[in-house]
Write a protein that binds this ligand. Sequence first.
Ligand code: ZN
Ligand code: ZN
Length: 423
Amino acid sequence: MSRNQAVLQKLSATRQWQEDFYRDLHAHPELSGQEARTAANVAERLVETGYAVQRLGGGVVGVLANGEGPVVLARADMDALPVTELTELAYASGETSTDETGAVVGISHACGHDVHVTCLLGAAELLARGASEWRGTFVALFQPAEETASGAQAMLDAGLVDAIPRPEVAFGQHVLGLEAGTVGTQAGPVLSAGDSVRITLYGKGSHGSMPHLSVDPVVLAASVVLRLQTIVSREVKPGEFAVVTVGSSVAGTKSNVIADRAVLLVNVRTYDDAVRSHVLAAIERIVRAECDAAGSPQPPTFDYYDQYPLTDNDAEVAEAVTQAFRGHFGDERVVALGRVTASEDFSRVPDAFGIPYCYWGVGGFAAGTEAPPNHSPFFAPLIQPTLDTGTSALVVAALSRLGDRADGGGAQARSDAPSGQPV
Ligand code: ZN
Ligand code: ZN
C-alpha cells in the first residue's frame, strides 16, 4: 500500500464529521474579518486532533510536529460574502450581517471557502492519524478575510513568520466550476494580480443651464472612461494579458446641477509585474492629462485598495504536485486548470517566507451541468465527491513533500518526479 493509500484509508472515519461540519459551516457563514465562530470551531478541532494551535490576526494556525523533516504548509480561507443565498439546499444560509458601511446584508459561502476549511481540517486529521507514515512538520493555516485581500496580511502583521517553523513549500486550493472529483493544476501564473483604484476627478459645479461657468466632471469622466479603453487595446502588447474595467462611475444628483466631482472605481487584472506597472502608470497618465484637457481646478486623486498579488505557481512544485495527483487520482481526474482571471491573497504567506508554492483548483459540480460561477447566489458545490477530493488532494500534495518514515529521507517524491513539461 502506498503512503497516500495508508493515510487516506482513514477518510472513511473523517468523511462523516466533515460532511456535518461542512453543512453547519455553510449554514453559518461569516463576513471577512468577522470569522469568530468559524475560527473557534477550527481551533477546537485542531486542538482535539493534537495540533499546537495559535490564533493570529483573526486566523488560526495549527502545527503538527512529527520529527525531523520538511515543513509543509497548507492554507484555507474562512470568510463568506455579502451575497444572499438563493440555492434550494436544506443547509442554505439564511444569515444576515452588518457590513462595514452599516448596511444589513445577506451572507453566504458563495465562494466555497467552507469547502476549503472542511477539506483542510480533514487533511490535518488524516495526517495526524497517519503520523507513522511520514515525518516532518505539517502546518494547517486558516486565514480570515480573503475576499477583502487583507486576511493573509493580518496574520503576517500579527507575527506569523516568527510564530511557526519556516515551511519549505506552501499549498492552497479553491473549489471551482470543474467537474466534481477532478483537480486542476497549472504551472506559472494561475490567478491574476488584482488592483482596485478609486479615482476622484475634480470639476467646478454650476447650474445645469450655465455650463460655461463649470468644469463638468460628467463629461470629464466620460472622456476618461473611453480613453482608458485604449490601454489594453493600444498599449499592452498583443498576446499579453490585462483587464481594465471601470466598475463604477458616479457624479451628480440632479439634471439641472453640474456636480463638482466624479468618482470612478477601476479594476485591473494582470499576470505580469511589468504589465501591471505599465497599466497602472497608464491609468494615472491618462486621467491626469484628461483633467488638464478639461481645465480641472485641482489634480485628480488615486486611492488604491483591494490589491491582490499575483499567484504564480512554482514550475517544479506544480509539476511534482501534478505527478502526485496523477499517481493518486489517475490521469483522467487531473486536468489542466489554465489561467484564471480571479485573484487571491494566498501568495502573501509563501512570499513572506520566500518559499515556492502551488495553488490548484478542485471541481465541485456534476459533469454536464452549467456550474454557477463563484460569487453567484446559486453557488452550491456537491458535498461529494468534492470534500473527499479536496481533502485527498491536500494529503497527497503534503505527502509528496513530507519525509518518509521508513527511509528517513524527505526528497523521494521530488527526486522521482519526471522533469517533463508542466501541464
Ligand atoms: Zn471569492
Ligand atoms: Zn474564494
